[in-house]
Design a protein around this ligand. Sequence first.
Ligand code: ASP
Length: 342
Amino acid sequence: MKKLILLILAFTLLGCFKTSKNKFEKQSFGIVIHGGAGTILKKNMTKEKEKEYRQALSEAIRIGYDVLKNGGPSKAAVEKTINYMEDSPLFNAGKGGVLTSEGTIELDASFMDGKTLNAGAVSGVKKVKNPISAAIKVMEESPHVMLSGQGADIFSQIHNLEIVDQDYFFTERRINGLKRLQNVEKLKGVYKTQNDRSFLENQRYGTVGCVALDKSGNLAAGTSTGGMTNKKWNRIGDAPIIGAGTYANNLTCAISATGWGEFFIRAVVAHDISAIMEYKGLSIQEAAYEVIHNKVGALGGNGGIIGIDNNGNIAMEMNTSGMYRAHMNQEGKLDVKIYKDE
Ligand code: ASP
């Protein structure tokens, strides 16, 4: 009898061990993407639109997943996935970017390599078709980290990246978005302070981002955006700022953010998540929660992040009603989500 009890105990313990081992099983690679956060409510979404977004997210993430599965680097996975999203008019990046108060399109992007801590960024570009590729070129083929405006477009052209007319980026939806916000501005006046919520009214964040862990254990993060509708005076958001919108470090994690950029800059979101993991030993999920809710949220900002750590654990955290997002693990299990409570 005693022996039987001991045997049952041993099996139970073994069972526990197996479950916990499975739960924390290290992933050899993985990828997470976002297509922006914001007031995304089911009641405002048509079935067709929802399907379109879910399909675009699925197609985009599969591009990066295939790169990783075949042993390719996280850098290529991030670049190719974001290129797809930049080319899609659905997202606020590349084609389909939002308009400035002057009716132009100024794009921002950044990339960071978790192994070397090398990084590259462009801000306020108007001609390069795929700003994330320009950011990677800055990292690889210039002594600088961030280039802006005309210089960044010229640099892109010199490095043989595709150059397009501004017309290429415009979509009717974003033209209407500018009109709507400028009407709000006529009624409420121009925003005056960093905390003025009238600026935020009707804003939706459609920035795109991708983070990946490859089979060599290297992390990478990239973010690309048109910024915020009706932005003025060559405003630059968090997306091209290393440490705010994008950060990657093989010691910890890779992060890409989307949201009200001014707050993400002030809370230094992407780096803060990594720093909390590094210095306090928190998990990626705990660190992301802390920064999005207790730092960005406490300041009055909103948005979300996606992240992956060096074991393939992920975080998709937001304080908005939704964030277009998707994850694929090493087994190829695909998770596509839009609303917060999915
Ligand atoms: N974070 C971006 C910005 O402030 C906007 C977005 O996420 O869509 O420029």
